[in-house]
Write a protein that binds this ligand. Sequence first.
Ligand code: SF4
Length: 330
Amino acid sequence: MKKYILNFEVTGCMNQCKHCYCYDLKNKRKLIDSDKAIKLAQEFREKTNSDVSVYLLQEQTYHPDFLEIVKSLLENNFMNKGSNNLLVTNGFGLVHEKNNLNRLKEFYSTVKVTLFGTKDVHDSFVNRDGHFDEIMMLTKALKELNVKIIWQIMFLRNNGKDISELINIAKNLEVDHYFVTSEFHYSGHLLSNPNIIPLENDFEEIDFKVYELEENRIFPEYKALEFLNGTEDSQIEKVTLDNLYIDSNFDVYPLSNIEPESKIGNLEDDMNTIVNMLNDNQLLPDKLRERLALNYKDLIESYLDNQSKEMYTAQSLFEKLAYIKQKEIN
Ligand code: SF4
């Protein structure tokens, strides 16, 4: 059975992380009509005869009815029931709304937060003083409640020493699981401001493991041809047509391309048109059809910067090169 993920933007976000894919949207706090969102998701499931999961974005805990919406998603089979339910959050609505924290265990067994460094580095990256301290408070509170806590630690350009310090803090706080990653969802604002991407020499002399490095999945751009040998177009996700972003007005975009030219319709007004587009890619907006037609090898031949020591995975390098190409076309 075909699977779709519908990501509903249920509210805004108080942070302004430098890499955020929804950079232009995040500070406008508009509450979605959650009953309508669930009805539309049901209708979409029927029309596509598919298995539909619903995720809540941007900072879902910031929505005043956060746990009521989650309850309704569970009742309507848009979320898995069971012991492995994971909440991905920046923690705001758990730290500032004790009722959410106290009821959390009814719905989630594990919480994942993301850190960009120790206090000053982290708060500067998310553009909000006090967020690092909130995460520390949340970590301690979850330990007391016996809810698992995972730290995703982002390795940025020049923050190696800071990450080492952060790992010591994680050990002291007995964080259940932490891992260091340097793969960003390389889209949105980051495309025009890539100076947080680590460079090859940032990976020298670090005393911690970086997930993508361990998996041999990350390489400096100038060595891309060597690393990408054998990477087929089919291994690259060019447009996420099974993973859709729906804003608070019910406008629908592929999660990979949240921008006006990539809107595929309005879930309330144009559901049939959207379903037809998902079944026949020739009906998609020009920008998305252009992107689907891109050839990775051609992109590399035309746009690879042989001097660049920025570190990429195959997918994130595709995002960078596709962005350059599409800027040229449009
Ligand atoms: S916390 Fe999440 S939604 Fe908010 S700005 Fe950061 S990445 Fe974006």
